[in-house]
Design a protein around this ligand. Sequence first.
Ligand SMILES: [Zn+2]
Length: 305
Amino acid sequence: MISVTDFVSLPKVDAHNHLNLGMRYASYVPWAGFYIPDFPRKMSGLEEMHDVIGMYTRTRTRTAKDAQDLITLSIQDAIADGVTILEGSIDISFVHHCNNNIDTFLTMIEKILSKFSNSITFLPELGMGKTFDKLKIKKWAPACMESGLFKSIDLYGPEVMEGIDEFKDIFDAASRLNIKKKAHVGEFSDAKSVRDFIEYFDLDEVQHGIGAAQDEKVIEFIKQRNVRLNITPASNVMLSAVPSLEEHPIKKLVQSGVKVSIATDDLLFFNRSVSEQCADLVNAGLFTKQEVITLLANSVNDYKK
Ligand SMILES: [Zn+2]
């Protein structure tokens, strides 16, 4: 059995981490002041997860201080796992908690950046939910991107083409500003949708993308475009996107030569850090320890260009 300690001290990337839910449950409870019943637990899918979010975590987040605390807890737990580069997503709805004031929101992020500047490379990512108020996104996203604080953007929500045209201008602006473009797709959706999203937004990276493993042509397409998939094995098992870790398509994708990173998604819900998942993947027989070490190093090297 490989243990977590084999990976904690190695430099690591976490490039798929929603910072509002990126902390350990043990870190969250004392801050929140309550327990979530029967939690963390394996879920039947995103709907069940969103029930918990709606009932507990979203309602607990009210003020700018709350938003700042959540991000801070998530960064601290990333540091505790030996993550050295955290490309963590800050949901644009947090502007709400900053009294709808974009300057307050940006100042909060600057403060967090300076607090952790000596302990981790924190690269703020602007997270946008497809179901969030589009008028607000259109108003706030350009200012966020032009601030220079955000190194990447990420779009999430239902994995369908419908409605994504509303975000095309934002992604085009990201290209002009040299901001990395990412979107959630292929978590529950198929290979074609992964390809469609990559083409439509000219994505640099995909959050999840595991649906691509079903189609050799799409695998080849991803390789040719040199798109990285930021894969979250524990999340996929906990949300029943894959039947078990042993059957996770990350093995096939890596063996096919697709660039991947191992990430946490929502540590609060899935409770496996990057290092823990590295050990899990070796112990489940998907990779050797050396293969995981190479994968981690390659992910870190992606940031040296
Ligand atoms: Zn995610």
